[in-house]
Design a protein around this ligand. Structure first.
Ligand SMILES: [Zn+2]
Length: 494
């Protein structure tokens, strides 16, 4: 056995834990989904279950309060404005970077956040699949050498195959002298699930892509030996949508408006027809009780079924598009906010108690009870997570005129997966890990560092658990300084 183990990680965005067995039975990618791997598979929890937050938690071992990225977008309370996250908001290095700082070589494909990239002499980086506005690589010509400028699209199987072929060619070059760590993130199956939810339970409908990914896995297994498969959240079907902003308006904590000041744009799904009502009229109807006791029952029992019958679409009454970001006391600014921002801290307890009364929400807590770290100010004050397991999902920030909308929505859930296909299983206490109902997504990076025998970050969230399952006493290091320097250098060179 080598002193340091080499590991390859295959990140499959949104691969649900509860479908691993089904996929194995269907024989969809037999090198990944098989009985041996099922025996070494673990349920991992992602709060919040969203790509830009969960991958950094997985790759760094720390929660969003420490790594600084909570979702696609955040809300700047001072400017009262929505902003988008990118890699510059990342405040803790990922495992690929930590390994590089320790002198190991790493190949990093699509590290999230993926733009900009932070070059390092021990790192090979390709970033060309998720959110980056343009393909990037280090060394610079690498992207051109192996990939086309085309980003794989769910409706085009060919484009995925082309991408995976490029990846395989890149690996062929780098596996001649394998780096210590290879980490590959793919936006598959997530983009496929979103655009064609049928492929969630019927993966055979995209078997060509699954077979190609299976081949990639086989290559990694044969050349590197240790392969970890991991996903950043799960994916499910829901039948009830909750409107957070309707709750806020009903409790007079937010003001409806048509003004989009401070907002990012988005559109309502085309399977709905939205009828917009002047916010002043809607406010009047809410205040006087006319809406709840007269209009809503009539609309629910008569108008909506009639409309669905005639037009085949759901009818939604919207008071306006949005809530007023400039003047509201409590805000749910964007889809995937996973909570509300409170402009007056004194309202905190009141808001928690209001949301706790609504059914369909499994987690309503002040952020300090769930997260920790220096960057808590970027996180919504009250975390609100729907009861995904019971079919609830939280909707976009539009005010729709009712808190609950019966509908069919496919979206993320909390339960990602991790499969440890490791040759030397004695390095971690698999039985103990297996005895747990689930582990947090922050366990992944330090667990891999333990297996690789590299020092862990002093900031990791799950120190106790890692020390319990790691077969030796791990060493700790503070990698943050080096990371901040490499970020600064990357900005200067731009
Ligand atoms: Zn994702």
């Amino acid at each position: 056995m080598l002193l340091m183990e080499t590991i390859a990680v295959l990140g499959l965005d949104a691969l649900p834990y509860n479908l691993l067995k089904t996929y194995a039975e269907k024989g969809i990618a037999p090198n990944i989904f098989n009985q041996r791997n099922l025996d070494h598979s673990f349920k991992i929890r992602a709060i919040p279950p969203v790509t830009p937050a969960s991958w950094p938690s997985i790759m760094s071992g720390v929660n969003p309060g420490k790594h600084g990225i909570f979702s696609f977008s955040g809300f700047d309370k001072l400017k009262r404005k929505v902003f988008y996250y990118n890699a510059l908001h990342l405040m803790h290095p990922r495992i690929t970077e930590m390994i590089a700082y320790e002198g190991g070589r790493a190949l990093s494909v699509n590290p999230i956040m993926d733009y900009p990239i932070f070059p390092h002499k021990n790192l090979v980086i390709v970033s060309n699949m998720f959110f980056t506005p343009k393909p990037l690589s280090y060394p610079k010509n690498l992207h051109e050498k192996y990939f086309s400028t085309e980003v794989p699209l769910p409706k085009n199987t060919e484009s995925y195959i082309k991408y995976l072929n490029g990846l395989e060619a890149l690996l062929e070059e780098y596996l001649r002298d394998p780096p210590s760590l290879i980490w590959i993130n793919l936006n598959f199956p997530d983009t496929m699930y979103h655009s064609n939810p049928d492929t969630l339970n019927n993966p055979e409908k995209v078997s060509t892509i699954w077979s190609r990914i299976d081949k990639l896995y086989k290559t990694l297994k044969q050349t590197v030996g240790n392969v970890v498969t991991v996903s950043d959240h799960g994916f499910s079907k829901y039948n009830m949508r909750i409107s957070i902003n309707d709750i806020l308006v009903n409790h007079k904590l937010a003001i409806p408006t048509r003004a989009k000041k401070g907002y990012a744009t988005h559109t309502a799904p085309d399977r709905f027809s939205v009828i917009k009502i002047n916010p002043k009229i809607m406010n009047f109807l809410i205040r006087t009780g006319l809406k709840d006791y007269v209009l809503s029952p009539f609309v629910r029992k008569v108008v909506k079924p009639l409309y669905a019958k005639l037009r085949g679409k759901k009818l939604i009454f919207g008071s306006s598009y949005y809530i007023d970001l400039q003047n509201s006391k409590v805000l749910y600014p964007t889809l995937y906010s996973f909570g509300v921002y409170i402009m007056d801290e004194n309202l905190s307890e009141k808001v928690v108690s209001i949301f706790k009364k609504y059914k369909g929400l499994s987690l309503v807590e002040h952020k300090t009870k769930i997260f920790s770290g220096e960057y808590l100010d970027r996180i919504p004050d009250i975390i609100i997570i729907p009861d995904y397991d019971k079919g609830y999902v939280v909707g976009p920030p539009d005010i729709v005129g009712s808190v609950y909308t019966k509908t069919i929505v496919y979206d993320h859930d909390l339960w990602g997966s991790m499969i440890l296909d490791i040759e030397n299983m004695e390095l971690v206490d698999i039985d103990y890990l297996k005895s747990l109902d689930f582990v947090e997504n922050t366990v992944v990076a330090p667990l891999i560092q333990c297996i690789m025998k590299y020092p862990l970050s002093v900031y990791i969230d799950d120190k106790e658990l890692i020390e319990k399952v790691c077969s030796y006493k791990p060493e700790y290091k503070n990698y943050k300084g080096k990371f901040l320097v490499s970020k600064k250098l990357a900005i200067m060179k731009k």
